[in-house]
Design a protein around this ligand. Structure first.
Ligand code: NAP
Length: 298
């Protein structure tokens, strides 16, 4: 049987075109235009690229968007003021603060300032708590995107052993918590690996589905996996590449060339999980605008 290449561009495009259609109806029937506020602090080139692509996605879907680009030395209180303003602006349904922030700004304080009902990144502890206890709420975009990839390719997680490598708050912890829920497209047996685990091969070799989010180029090689595994590579790492005009190329946390031949299905980097993150951000903003997640009922 040949290996399945999980194509995040196809899946994200299908989600984005559905949102585009539903946005037209939302405007026509209820006169609501989904609105996203994006805050960028400083001149990190990768962050600028991410914010630009989010703004572009808004334009393509017919969303309203505002981008505030603040200098690196902006005070924390000024950042909090912007969030407060957008919390009280009815045109804004989602607020996204591009991370990382400069060291003098407390990221948790900024996240806590965003109203949970506008926290379309799903990073607010209230939304994380909702995820853990299985209540409606915004799910963090990258983990939600991974679930959509598995759904699209009919990869059943129920009763399967999912091994997650990495325990970050934005990928590892939320994807683990999503997949063990007693719910459709979940119900998995989940193991989480981190640097405290010594040689993690004893865990990864047992995985039916292996999800890797560690930020280490090509760390997972063929000896980490068993035959027939599904591999989701979240890593995006820049490595030097003299052949590229940019001088670098993007690689995942998985050594695709050695792992793919042993896999049932695998995501490439780029073009796997990456495109899903923006699609799910747009989806969350749409959900917020259409009021499908009721924060007032609890
Ligand atoms: P992070 O905050 O840097 O955390 C990395 C995690 O990996 C930590 O929990 C760390 O363990 C663990 N780890 C590192 N080396 C390990 C090893 N050798 N064995 C086992 N565990 C190890 O990571 P992140 O923010 O989740 O990002 C991970 C990668 O995903 C990065 O390449 C990032 O660029 C990418 N990413 C991509 C998307 C996307 O849209 N596709 C979104 C987010 C992130 P400890 O806790 O023990 O230190």
């Amino acid at each position: 049987m040949s290996m399945i290449l999980i194509d995040g561009k196809i899946v994200s495009n299908s989600i984005l075109s559905r949102i585009k259609e539903e946005t037209k109806s939302l405007k026509a029937n209820r006169r609501i235009v989904p609105g996203l506020a994006l805050l960028l602090v400083g001149d990190n080139p990768a962050s600028k690229v991410y914010v630009n692509s989010k703004k572009k996605a808004c334009e393509e879907l017919g969303f309203y968007s505002v981008v505030e680009h603040l200098p690196n030395d902006i005070s924390e209180s000024k950042v909090l003021e912007y969030i407060d303003k957008w919390n009280n602006d009815d045109r804004i349904h989602g607020i996204l603060v591009q991370l990382p922030l400069p060291k003098h700004i407390n990221e948790l304080k900024v996240t806590l300032k965003i109203l949970p009902s506008k926290d379309v990144d799903g990073f607010h502890p209230e939304n994380f708590g909702r995820l853990v206890i299985g209540l409606p709420g915004f799910r963090p975009c990258t983990p939600a995107g991974i679930v959509e990839l598995l759904k699209y390719y009919n990869i059943d997680t129920s009763g399967k052993h999912v091994v997650v490598v990495g325990r970050s708050n934005i990928v590892g912890k939320p994807i683990a918590n999503l997949l063990y829920q007693k719910a459709p497209y979940a119900n998995a047996i989940v193991t989480i690996c981190h640097t405290g685990g010594g040689d993690i091969r004893k865990y990864t070799q047992q995985a039916d589905i292996l999800i890797v989010a560690i930020g280490r180029p090509k760390f997972i090689t063929s000896d980490f996996i068993k035959e027939g595994v599904v591999v989701i590579d979240v890593g995006i790492n820049r490595v030097e590449d003299p052949k590229s005009s940019k001088g670098y190329k993007l690689v995942g946390d998985v050594d695709f060339d050695s792992v793919a031949p042993k896999s049932y299905a695998i995501t490439p980097v780029p073009g796997g999980v990456g495109p899903m993150t923006i699609a799910m951000l747009m989806y969350n903003t749409f959900l917020s605008a259409s009021g499908e997640i009721d924060y007032s009922s609890l």
